[in-house]
Design a binder for this molecule. Structure first.
Ligand code: UFG
Length: 330
């Protein structure tokens, strides 16, 4: 299938491009390169454009003859979404509506969308299944939930076949070593801990150690980015008109912040000094996926199920690219 990957120069999107190509699909990347990296896109496959410019989208769909879209482009910093919600609603919600309209105009009905565990807010049960109430507690999560609702409506009214894939904590890097995580600023736990191992930071600050968890630090479900990418391709291949899939993507295993730091110590051999700081606003104590639905509907199994395996993969990338995509070896 010809697939337009919107946000395909970003972290998860660039891994999905590799997975699409490995599965025999033809992937084209649409990205404004605000957060994405040109170097993450295979040569000749980048169409530079903006979701907020409807004509950019229409011409990209025309030029590629896309039969399907994967949509990764979003602003995704929880804290920033609280202080600047207007940007989040405009970029995430308005931008996605432009995409849906461009697809409708061109008769493209297949869409795989990056949703998030943040749509569940602070769930009362763990692991979280798709039936848990979606009560996001910040504008980022609310924008993603608003889009899920729009997809449901477009599916019913216009025949779109959609998959909203709710990721837990994406982590790790591509097996090739060519692409990996490179955010600016970096806010995610594993890359920050590995920056300490690389000598780029003095210590890791643990955001709170009095949560109601066994070691007092937050528990998350770290899902490898290649496992995520694989699930996207499987979801794409199963889309049916007038139907919407809503699936959690996680491993079902939760690791605390301290367990992740310990895994980083084992993998890097660095002592990784830690300091306990205040809690970060809006961090739920525990987010672990029940991914049984994705496993059965997509015939999908995450390959990386230990903190150590995920960290080893991330470490290979960060060691080879200590400054991310700016540090390309010749
Ligand atoms: N953490 C630290 N110190 C740091 C960075 C993170 O202790 O320097 C902790 C956080 O408090 C959290 C855990 O490590 O408990 C993981 O934090 P990340 O920032 O790596 O990931 P989040 O769980 O906050 O974020 C993920 C997704 C977001 C999504 C959010 C929903 O990356 O897109 O889950 O809660 F919005």
């Amino acid at each position: 299938m010809k697939v337009l990957v919107v946000g395909g120069a970003g972290y998860v999107g660039s891994h999905a491009v590799r997975a699409l190509e490995a599965a025999g699909h033809e992937a084209w990347v649409f990205d404004n390169l605000f957060q994405g990296h040109r170097a993450a896109v295979p040569k000749g496959k980048l169409i530079q454009g903006d979701l907020l410019q409807p004509s950019d989208l229409t011409s990209a769909l025309e030029r590629t003859g896309a039969e399907a879209v994967m949509h990764f482009a979003a602003l995704s910093l929880v804290g920033e979404s609280v202080t600047d919600p207007a940007r989040y609603y405009e970029n995430n919600v308005v931008g996605t509506l432009h995409l849906l309209e461009a697809m409708r105009a061109k008769g493209v009905w297949r869409l795989v969308f990056s949703s998030t565990a943040a749509t569940y807010g602070e769930p009362e049960t763990s692991p979280i299944s798709e039936d848990a109430p979606q009560l996001p507690i910040n504008p980022y999560g609310r924008t993603k939930l608003a889009i899920e609702h729009a997809l449901q409506s477009y599916s019913t009214a216009y025949g779109f076949g959609c998959a909203a894939l709710r990721y837990f904590n994406a982590a790790g890097a591509h097996a090739s070593g060519e692409i990996g995580e490179d955010h600016s600023p970096e806010t995610h736990l594993i890359p920050i801990v590995l920056q300490v191992a690389l000598g780029q930071r003095e210590h890791i600050t643990i955001f709170g150690d009095d949560y109601p968890t066994p070691d007092g630090t937050c528990i998350r479900d770290y899902i490898h980015v290649d496992d995520l990418a694989d699930a996207h391709v499987r979801a794409l291949e199963q889309l049916q008109p007038h139907a919407m899939l809503q699936l959690n993507l996680g491993t079902g295993h939760g690791f605390s912040v301290r367990q992740v730091i310990d895994a980083c110590r084992q993998v890097t051999g660095h002592p990784l000094p830690e300091v306990v700081g205040p809690k970060r606003a809006g961090d739920p104590p525990e987010l672990v996926a029940n991914s049984a639905r994705a496993q059965s509907l997509l015939d999908w199994q995450p390959e990386f199920t230990t903190a150590r395996a995920v960290v080893e993969s991330a470490w290979r990338w960060h060691q080879a690219h200590p400054h991310g995509f700016d540090d390309r070896s010749p």
